[in-house]
Ligand binder design. Structure first.
Ligand code: SF4
Length: 213
């Protein structure tokens, strides 16, 4: 059984797939406690479902893009891997959003991984599992959620240190309400960084605290 917080159909708000209709499967639990977390409701709430019940629910939406998210979906590692593998076999385009503190190496190669490297202001920087970087594919995306100049400088340092531009797509995002988007854009342009700036689109379409979108 797998503990599921919610399953819903919405518009993908982040990544290079922003704007596309997507089914979200939000799994319960998270091993991190980021200062800016907006999904604390997923830490404990949820109901037990079999992998087949999750798939049956997903199928109702008739949408071929599915994102597995959380919380931290990889806390339920075995069930999560099975769910993604089965969805891939059924012809779904599958994405996973992970905080980057748990191993990604067993994830089915057909799955697109969107992984965070947690910046200092998240309070979770020490939890980053850097070994994961070697398993990222060119089609995967690595996300930095930036809350201040220290986070920005730290992110630039990681990109250089690990040659991240050669590994995958790099996403730069602001901590909503903490850093003005225009400030981050100016820094990116000043430093001529080869990164992709993104806004959490769903927070502009709906009220920022709206759940299930
Ligand atoms: S990893 Fe995500 S869900 Fe977990 S505490 Fe951080 S922001 Fe919240």
């Amino acid at each position: 059984m797998i503990k599921v917080n919610e399953i819903y159909h919405s518009i993908q708000g982040e990544s290079t797939h922003a704007g596309r209709p997507c089914v979200f499967v939000r799994l319960t639990y998270c091993n991190l406690r980021c200062t800016y977390c907006d999904t604390e409701y997923a830490f404990f709430e949820g109901k037990d479902m079999s992998v087949q019940q999750v798939i049956d629910e997903v199928e109702k939406y008739k949408c071929k893009l599915v994102e597995i998210t959380g919380g931290e979906p990889l806390v339920q590692m075995d069930e999560c891997l099975e769910l993604m593998k089965t969805l891939c076999e059924l012809g779904y385009e599958v994405m996973i959003e992970t905080g980057g503190s748990l191993p990604i190496k067993e994830i089915d190669p057909g799955v697109k991984i969107i992984m965070d490297l947690k910046c200092p202001s998240s309070g979770m920087e020490k939890k980053n599992l850097y070994e994961n970087l070697k398993y990222l594919k060119p089609t995967d995306e690595l996300k930095f959620v930036i809350g201040n100049r220290e986070d920005y400088d730290w992110s630039v340092e990681q990109i250089r240190k690990y040659n991240l531009n050669r590994k995958c797509v790099i996403l730069f995002s602001v901590v909503f309400g903490e850093l003005e988007p225009v400030q981050l854009v100016n820094w990116i342009l000043e430093d001529k960084l080869d990164v992709r700036f993104q806004l959490q689109m769903h927070k502009y379409i709906w009220h920022p605290q709206t759940k299930g979108v």
